[in-house]
Every structure is written in structure tokens, then in C-alpha cells.
Design a protein around this ligand. Structure first.
Ligand code: P6P
Length: 333
């Protein structure tokens, strides 16, 4: 079995400069994953569940475990000489860290945390960029607003039936499973490819009436069961992006969180949810859009900006796009 550390060491040349910086950044993410996993699995025993009594910049109630994961990861990266700064879903502003660091990290420290109290898997999402501003100076927002195609690493940790770490540096998607007995992440999913067929679809239809007419027609077509596939796709939606995405990545599925008339930008965050998941999707052979263009080509303007999100097999994303553009409905497949 290959450990995460060995896997990265063997591929140093894939990551810019091969200075070992990426190894140290991923090592911190790996340690953070082990520690967050440890606390999550004891939360109900240690009184760690429930709300902290604060509201974050998203206007969402902060769960105790959100704060734990956020603080733990900030502490880890603040000691990493390669990390010039952090942006986090739980932090209003960017956090300048080590002025000599050459990379910046964006985090959704604990995505889907409202599911923790009911035992549904949650995740950490990360995205890494090489800084633009000169080394030796504090990082600025410009370092974080480079656009999805400038990411040098992205991935997620899924705290599910096991603790999984999936990432890409642009050379495919690779997945690792935590072996608690050894305290190591072991390579279990090399070179992941998203199956091209639509096995699952994942969306919350409680705002369906507010979606674009073309998208409502796509959903109606989906429910008409007129596909020629051996089996019609099934709904799977747990309301936890990392869990829903991971299942669809391995089995072939569409995830979408569109905008509505009232909230055209939708709910999910571009920089630390959309971009990393979009890059993983493309690296695994799928497609990722905001409904009109590749998500990775969307120009960022603000750290916490939202985006509509469509992730899935290329042919299915093309089908959704055709309906959204009110083109003649594509031939039933
Ligand atoms: P809704 C969790 O709160 C989250 O940010 C994502 O993990 C998830 O995909 C989405 O929101 C679920 O949103 O509106 O369906 O509850």
C-alpha cells in the first residue's frame, strides 16, 4: 500500500518548483483531516454538537464543530512556512500568515455541518494557489482572486463511513483512505474517472418553481423516464456537498445548485466550493459550469461570492446546458 506522503514524494515534480512546499501543505491538510475526524466521531459523546451561538458572514449559525475545524486548520497553517495566507468560509476577511510563504490556501473547513447532528457525512474542501504578490510582504485579496484555472492543488476530505482524502494537482484525481490503526492515508482510488452515464442526480427541488424555465423542462424530462439507459437515474441528495459530490464522482451523477429568481447567484461559494469541485470534476473527465460557461473560467470578484453550480458527466452537463439555452431538446439517450 502507498501512503499519501510517499505518493506525493514520488510526484514532487508534478507540483511547482518541487520544493517540498506542496508536501508540507498536504501534510498539514492530512493532519488536519485526522484531527477533525477524531473530534467529529466523538462529538456527540463530548458535548461538541449543536450551535456555538454565533452567525458567520454567510448569515449561517456557526456549529461548534465548524469553529473547531476552522481554528484547528488555521493553527496548523499558521505554522507552515509555505503558507502566506488563508481564506475561510468561517472568516470574514483573509488571514495573512507567513509573509515569506509562496502559497495561499482557501478552505471550507467543515462543509455541511448542519448534518453532523443527524449523522450525515460532512467534509472539508481546500484550494491552493501560488501567491501573486511578492514574497516577504503580507498576502492580499489579489492572491486569492486569481480564478479557478490558476489553482495548483484542490481537493476534499470526506468524514463518512471512513475518512477519505481526494485531491488533484492537475495530473488526475487521486483518493486515499485513512487507516486509523496506522494513522496514515493509503492510496485506494488512483486516477479516478467519473463514469459517463447518469446513475444519480442530486439537487434540492424546493425552489424548482423559481428555476429558469429551461431547467424546469430539464427536470420534467428527467422525470419522464424517457432515457434509453439500462436504468433510469435515481435521486440521491443528502444536502452535504462533499458527500453528494463524492458519490457522483465514483458512480456517475449530476449535482446542481442553480440560481433562482430571488438569488440568481445560488447558494454555494465560488472560491472554496465551486472552483475546487469543478477542477476535480474536469480532471476526472466530467464537466463543471455555472449554467452558461465553464466554472473554472468565471472571473472572481469577491472572496465569499456565490455561484450557480452544475457538476457531472460531460454529456449530462451538455444536456442541461441545451435545456437552459432553450435549444431544441437533445435526443433522449
Ligand atoms: P440546501 C450545506 O449547508 C451546503 O453548503 C452544501 O454542503 C450543500 O450541498 C448545500 O448547502 C445544501 O443546501 O439548500 O439543499 O440545504
Amino acid at each position: 500500500m502507498v501512503t499519501l506522503e510517499q505518493f506525493i514524494a514520488d510526484r514532487q515534480q508534478e507540483f511547482e518548483g518541487a520544493t517540498g512546499a506542496f508536501s508540507k501543505i498536504l501534510r498539514d491538510l492530512s493532519l488536519g483531516a485526522k484531527l477533525v475526524s477524531f473530534y467529529l466521531r466523538r462529538a456527540s459523546l463530548a458535548g461538541f454538537l449543536g450551535e456555538l451561538g454565533l452567525t458567520n458572514i454567510q448569515g449561517e449559525s456557526v456549529q461548534k464543530l465548524d469553529a473547531m475545524a476552522n481554528r484547528l486548520l488555521i493553527n496548523l497553517f499558521s505554522k507552515n512556512p509555505h503558507v502566506a495566507g488563508l481564506a475561510s468560509e468561517e472568516e470574514d476577511e483573509i488571514l495573512p500568515l507567513n509573509p515569506d510563504g509562496k502559497y495561499v490556501v482557501l478552505l471550507d473547513p467543515l462543509d455541511g455541518s448542519s448534518n453532523i447532528d443527524v449523522g450525515v457525512p460532512v467534509g472539508t474542501i481546500f484550494s491552493v494557489y501560488r501567491r501573486l504578490t511578492p514574497s516577504g510582504t503580507p498576502c492580499t485579496e489579489a492572491d486569492f482572486l486569481q480564478g479557478g484555472r490558476k489553482q495548483v492543488a484542490a481537493g476534499y476530505i470526506l468524514y463518512g463511513t471512513s475518512t477519505l482524502l481526494f485531491y488533484t494537482t492537475g495530473q488526475g484525481v487521486h483518493g486515499f483512505t485513512l487507516e486509523p490503526a496506522a494513522g496514515e492515508f493509503l492510496l485506494t482510488y488512483p486516477q479516478v474517472q467519473m463514469p459517463p452515464q447518469l446513475t444519480y442526480y442530486s439537487f434540492n427541488d424546493n425552489q424548482l418553481h423559481e428555476w429558469a424555465p429551461g431547467l424546469q423542462r430539464y427536470v420534467a424530462d428527467l422525470h419522464a423516464h424517457n432515457r434509453k439507459a439500462p436504468q433510469s437515474p435515481s435521486l440521491r441528495y443528502v444536502g452535504s456537498l462533499v458527500a453528494d459530490f463524492h458519490r457522483n464522482l465514483l458512480k456517475g451523477g449530476l449535482f446542481m445548485y442553480p440560481g433562482t429568481l430571488k438569488k440568481p447567484e445560488g447558494k454555494l461559494r465560488l472560491l472554496y466550493e465551486g472552483y475546487p469541485m469543478a477542477w476535480l470534476t474536469e480532471q476526472a473527465g466530467g464537466k463543471a459550469t455555472n449554467g452558461t460557461c465553464s466554472l473554472l473560467d468565471v472571473t472572481p470578484t469577491a472572496i465569499h461570492q456565490r455561484t450557480p453550480l452544475f457538476l457531472g458527466p460531460a454529456s449530462e452537463i451538455d444536456r442541461v446546458t441545451a435545456f437552459l439555452n432553450e435549444d431544441v431538446p437533445v435526443e433522449a439517450t
